[in-house]
Design a protein around this ligand. Sequence first.
Ligand SMILES: [Zn+2]
Length: 253
Amino acid sequence: MTNIDALSWSDVKSSQVVRMAILPWGATEPHNLHLSYSTDNLLSRAVSLDAATKAEAQGVQTVVLPAIPFGSQNPGQTDLPLCIHMRVETQKAILYDVVSSLKRSGINKLLIMNGHGGNTFNGVVRDLAVDFPDFLIAISDWYKVVDSRSFFTEPGDHAGELETSMMLHYYPEYVKPKEVYGTGTTRQFTISGLNKRLFWLPRNWQRVSDDTGIGNPQHANAEKGKLFADAVSTVVAEFICDFANADPDKLYC
Ligand SMILES: [Zn+2]
């Protein structure tokens, strides 16, 4: 199983029981001057596949669904060409349809592998937990499951060293040459509580950054990306095994 792109009905018909599905969720948006618009889709799915493959080696069958390619976008970013904003209502409708379909397939667990900082699924997942009490959904922001500071000089938030390294590892063909990289220089707020992240409001992307990047990509390389991808997929695989094997009635000790 693992990768739905490689599955046909003949595989599914004769396969072992799949206990859970993995849904990568990304975005379509500019990523500094050098990374693909699809970076969040490509990376959330690549990490999901690596983790699912590691879980499969430990005897846990899962299936990685196609990535949902549209995310919740910030003002400013939405004014740029080909940036696609998906409303929370639409994301909720998609998630309800995916969960309903998985339930009909006999699957009762889903891991959302989020690759885009603007996506927040907690509220929707709480609604789903109320409406489908026998269906468990866990959410992971894959870029947060391992402390990135021990892998990167300046990880960055958006198209910085972390994301650029990951793209150089998985999809170097979609990374422009180094001379194209923007600096990813970020302007701070004039209000200290917002800079300290004690308070939050959505940043206007074009006022915060001149090249859409947040974080310096100059020190990125494929080797750092490989090491980080391996660490992240190992942690996610461990969670997949625990989650898939867990008895929903014995989640608490
Ligand atoms: Zn991204």
